[in-house]
Structures are given as C-alpha cells and as structure tokens.
Design a binder for this molecule. Structure first.
Ligand code: SF4
Length: 676
C-alpha cells in the first residue's frame, strides 16, 4: 500500500473489512452507500416515519435518527415497527451523544448505533487538563469499563457501530494531549476501536468529520495509515463534511472533502450534511458517487499503467507547492481565477458583469466585486473596449502576435508550440500541458521551459482519471525542481448544474487541498455549454445579475471562487458553518441561516456558525469566529469563538443582537463596492 491509499497513479478502491448493517453490506468493495439523517423530533413518531420514507424514496440506504436520551432511544422501536409495517426495511442508525444508557437501549432495537468518542463517556467542557501517562491510562481504563457493555450488546444483537469523531467535539483529554489536530481525531477513534477489537467485535465503521475539508481529508488519510500500521487492515469509512451549510457552498464543500477521498479510493458510505431537508441530500450524494459506479467512465478505466509514484509532498498536512511568481500568479499570491469567455460570439462590457465587473456609464468606471476573475480567456477574440485595470486577457498566439498594443494581453501556447515559437512574451506566457497525452515516461521536453521566469503552466488531463494524472505531473515537476506556477484547467461534460459543481469541486479541490495549483480555470465542453440550464436540478442557483437567468459564465465564476474559499486558499466571502439540524433543533434553521446570510454576506473572511442546539452546537462549530446557537425554545445564545457573550436572547431580536456583537468587535462593515 502507498502511504494512505492503494494507488496514487490510478483509481483503485481501498479494501476494507465487510460490515453488516441489517440487510445492508458495507465495505469490501460493495457499492458506496448513501445515507442521511432525519431532522424531526424523535418523539414525533409520525413526522419521523414520514420524513424517513421521503429519504428512503429519494434513495437513502440508511436512515439516522437522533436519540439524545432513553426516551427517544425507546421510541426508535415504535418508529422502526411503523416503517417495517409500511414495507420499508431500510436499516436505522441511532445517533448518540453523551448518553451510554440511550446507546445501550438503541443497540438492542436498531441496526446500527453511532457514538461520538469525543463525548461518549469522555468529557467536553473546554478545559485544558495536564495528564501524566499514568493518569491518561487511567482514563482509557475508565472508558474501557464504560464502553465495553455497549460493545457486548452490539455483538450479541448483531448491531453495527460507527465510531464517529468530529473535529469540533474532541474530548478535553484528547485536546489537552493532541490539540484539535488530525492526529487527535485519529487517536480519539483508535482508543475506542482498540477496545472493540479486544472484544473481537469488528462490525465497525469509522468517520473523521470536520467542517474544514482540509482537516477532514488529512484525518481520514491518517486514520487509514494508522489502522494499516497497527492492525494490517482497515475498517469501512463513512465520509462527510460536517456543518457544510446550504446551497452551492454546502454542495461544493461536501464534494471537495468527500470527492478528494473517493478519488483516493477511500470511503464506503457517504453523507452530505446540508442545512436543507434531508431528502435533498440524497441526489447530491448520488451525484458524488456516480463517478465511481460506471454510469460515467471516469473511474472505470485506469490511466497509463506506470510504476507507482512516491509523493514528494505530505498528504497529511497542508503545504503549498513551492513556486516563483509570474506576474500575479504563484509564490505568495492567492490562486487566480481565469474565466473562459471563448464560447461567446462577441464580448461586450455587459458580459463582464457575470465575472464580477460592472461598468458604470455615468462615471465611466468599473465596479469590481470580491469575486471578480483575474484573467479572461477569449480564444482568438480581441476586445473592442478598455478593460478594468485588474483584468488581463489570454489569447491564442496568432491573435496576440497581431496586436499592436499587447499590454493587456497574454499568449497561451500548447507545450511544443511554445518550445518551437520564435515569438513569445517577455513577461507572461501560458503553456498548456495535457497530462494524459504527454509521454509521461519521457518528460525531457519539460526542461525546455522549466523555470523560464515567464511561463505559467496550465495542466489539464483528458485521462479517465484526471486527478491522479495531473497529480502525477505535479510530482514530476517537484522531482525535477521545476517551480513554475500552475493553473489547473478542469472541463466538464456533465449535464445538470449540480453535476458540474460536483465535478469541478472534486477535480480542482482534490489538488488544491494538497497545496497543488496557483489558479483555476473551469470550463465546459461545447455540448454542456449549449445545454446548460441552471434550473435543471430543480433549484435555481443564486444569481447577482438582476432579473436575468444565470449565465454559464457567472455560475462557473461563482463556483471557482467557492472552491477556493472551501479549500481555504482564497477567501472572498463570509463562511457559514451551519448544522444540518436534527431532532434536537430548537428553531427553523433553514430560515434563520438564510436571514443571517442576508445581512452578513458581505463580511469577507468571517466565519459564522448557526447551530441548532446548545448540547452539541458549541462543540461542533469548530473554528467559527462567532456562533448563533439555539439554547431553548425561542432563545438564542451568542458566542465569540467558544466563549458565551450573550445568553438566552429572545429569537425575535437575536439577529440584530448578532449584528451588535459584530459591531462591538469591530468586524462589522457597511456594504461597499470598489471602483476602479
Ligand atoms: S448541532 Fe444541530 S445537528 Fe448537531 S445535535 Fe444540535 S441541532 Fe442536531
């Protein structure tokens, strides 16, 4: 095995133990299962049964239901019986936090229990405690004593278990020793896993969730490596990004985290946590996994058969690849966004509105949005109007050569075209490389432009597994000490807006999360471009172009910036960490999230958490700057970081109080636009 996956050069799934959840089998190359969690009150049997049925009919293969106390755990039997009576045999998972009693009841009733090792038996009071080795061992012994009865019940009843670690709710003990790190997350699960294995209980699935896809990806990879190092085998993995939020951002964040790991061949079941009705999560799950099913050939056929590579970078922590800068690309510059306008017949000033530039006739100036593209690619087209100062145009060499004033224009060559061309820019040249069609066993041609201070490489791949193919080229560049910056080119030939989003997020996100890439250019094939309809998925994507249907260019531009935001490589907007809600939720989370987003979405870089309950919310909101947390019926508690600052605020004035809190902390600004 490679460091953490079966292969870095081709798509190969990680072999894992087989786990039975009722009539469903997980792991060991069984299809990647999709699942969701109900948001109703578990004591409301009818509402929970009906919501479960909606999820099952949407395709959910497992249904998770919260069981915060003994009462709810007992009611799971009534819910299960009602579902079976209505002909639905989908396995049920009880979601447990804090209460071993509830877990032990549920394990006798449903097919699977999920425990959170951060708060099952262990403590979470945000205390830093220094443990000697002996004291630490005593705590492990105490956990063993309290956890073993649940393991024995699961073994006796044939119940499966998920040991589900959350980045935001690690116990005080783990935090004190490891901090909130991927190692801490892995160790938190391994402590429980070792106890279960000692009881010869193996019907186990593990998860390492975080609202930050970077942390989540590193933790899962480290878990796989740790399991193999220690046990020589791996248990199935349940993948998810917690508190991903809603809409495009929630989908993109989820696809980046989950998709990156699926590309690694890791993952046996997935859940996409959206602040939306749970049945809406299932089509997104299906879109994410279908790349690996043969409905589309992306992962079916392996790329070039080539000896395995060794990574010249760490897959367990983030380090951006070392580059020099060419213009504003590479080195310390944030990744640039290149908008592809080459499919437009003519390009007018109005067309630039879809990529963040609005022309004001009266002042003869451009308003520049936070998500304004840095470059446009126009193919052979030269523009007939003067451009905003921050924008440059990439054109084919013949068009560039014919220009008298080349100041705003940059040529783009294919690799051998650049080598052979007599005319090149002295400042910036883009050079395209198809990482698949190039002869990868002889990359000597790379040396002909390696470290040329004017060259920005544009990497794409027509291989069936582009992520591995482009990653292999990055390894080649790093091994040859080639430090030219790289723009990632990702084209999509999918149909619906959701499918495009997931495709871009997976393919660009998987590389950016590993520090690979200094810019992105997302495109569509002509067929996909001509058929694009942002309403295909049954939901309109947000558009800032008033009164008009969103254009492909705007959709792609928004997506590019959202991918950079989710990979935390370029922050251009407010980040929302909102829980998906569950039976514990104390207010209308979807409506409240929309309201808070409406008044704060101009606060670039700020992370605001909106959490349904005070039991798990504060723990799970991870690295949010401010938190809005339900603390009782009609009551909200506001947080600054992990600290409570306003307790039990009536919900009618809570959004206003949140704004006041932002003002008191000097992070509130009035909305404004930059004028160039
Ligand atoms: S934070 Fe949200 S999803 Fe988590 S337990 Fe509370 S209400 Fe449920």
């Amino acid at each position: 095995m490679q460091l953490y996956c079966e292969s870095l050069t081709e798509y190969r799934r990680l072999p894992t133990r087989e786990v039975k959840v009722g009539n469903l089998t997980l792991g060991n190359f069984h299809p990647i299962r999709v699942q969701t969690m109900t948001t109703t009150d578990t004591m409301d049997t009818l509402a929970t049964v009906e919501q479960s049925i909606r999820c099952i009919e949407a395709g959910s293969e497992l249904i998770r239901i919260t069981a915060p106390s003994k009462r709810e755990a007992e009611n799971l039997l009534t819910i299960k019986n009602e579902l079976r009576k209505r002909g639905y045999n989908t396995p049920i998972v009880a979601d447990i936090h804090f209460t071993p009693n509830a877990a032990e009841i549920a394990a006798r009733v449903v097919e699977k229990v999920r425990i959170n090792p951060g708060n099952y038996i262990d403590k979470k009071k945000f205390e830093i405690i220094e443990y000697s080795d002996a004291e630490y061992q005593e705590e492990i012994d105490r956990i063993r004593e309290r956890f073993t009865p649940l393991v024995k019940i699961c073994k006796e009843y044939g119940t499966a278990m998920r040991i589900g670690t959350n980045h935001g709710s690690l116990s005080d003990r783990i935090m004190s020793r490891y901090g909130d790190t991927p190692i801490g997350m892995v160790e938190s699960a391994m402590e429980f896993l070792r106890i279960a294995r000692a009881e010869q209980y193996h019907n186990i699935v593990l998860s390492m969730k975080s609202s930050n896809p970077q942390v989540m990806v590193q933790a899962y990879r480290l878990l796989v490596k740790t399991m193999f190092d220690e046990f020589g085998e791996c248990y199935p993995l349940h993948l998810g990004v917690t508190e991903a939020g809603d809409g495009e951002d929630g989908r993109i964040k989820s696809a980046i985290g989950i998709g990156t790991l699926l590309e690694d061949g890791l993952g046996d079941t997935i859940r996409v946590s959206l602040t939306e009705d749970p049945e809406l999560e299932i089509p997104v799950c299906k879109d994410i996994v279908k790349r690996y099913k043969g409905e589309n050939p992306i992962a079916e056929i392996t790329a070039q058969q080539e000896p395995g590579i060794q990574l010249p970078y760490s897959a367990f922590d983030y380090n951006r690849r070392n580059t020099f800068s060419v213009g504003n690309i590479g080195e310390h510059h944030v990744p640039v966004v290149v908008a592809d306008l080459s499919k437009l017949d003519t390009i007018t000033k109005e067309d630039l509105q879809s990529i963040g530039y609005t022309y004001d006739e009266v002042s003869d100036k451009w308003n520049i949005a936070d998500i304004a593209a840095d470059y446009i690619f126009t193919g052979h087209t030269i523009l007939s109007f003067s451009l905003p100062g921050t924008l440059k145009v990439i054109v084919y060499p013949a068009a560039w050569l014919a220009l008298e004033d080349k100041k705003k224009y940059v040529p783009i060559f294919d690799d051998m075209g650049f080598v052979k061309s007599e005319f090149k820019s002295n400042d910036v040249n883009f050079v395209m490389i198809d990482c698949f069609s190039d002869d990868t066993s002889n990359k000597g041609y790379l040396d002909s432009f390696a470290n040329d201070p004017s060259v920005v490489l544009c990497l794409s791949s027509t291989a069936k597994n582009p992520v591995q193919s482009v990653r292999r080229m990055f390894c080649e560049l790093m091994n040859r000490n080639i430090k030219n910056p790289v723009v990632l080119i990702v084209d999509s030939n999918w149909q619906t807006a959701d499918e495009h989003l997931i495709h871009y997020a997976t393919e660009a996100g998987a590389l950016l999360l590993d520090g690979l890439g200094d810019g992105i250019c997302l495109g569509m094939t002509l067929e996909a471009y001509s058929n694009f309809d942002n309403n295909l998925s049954g939901r309109r994507y947000s558009s800032s172009i008033e009164g008009s249907r969103m254009r492909v260019e705007q959709f792609i531009n928004n997506t590019a910036f959202s991918i950079l935001q989710a990979t935390r490589t370029r922050i251009s907007k407010t980040e929302y960490i909102s829980c998906p809600s569950c039976g514990r939720t104390l207010f209308d989370l979807q409506e409240t999230t929309a309201r808070i987003r409406g008044v704060t979405n101009h606060l670039k870089g700020l992370k605001i958490a909106i959490m349904g309950c005070i039991v798990n919310g504060p723990g799970e909101m991870a690295d949010a700057d401010f938190g809005y947390v339900g603390s009782g019926p009609g009551r909200i508690t506001l947080y600054k970081g992990k600290e409570i600052v306003k307790r039990n605020v009536p919900s009618e004035i809570a959004v206003e109080e949140l704004i006041n809190l932002l003002k008191e902390n000097n992070v509130w600004i009035e909305q404004q636009v930059l004028i160039n």
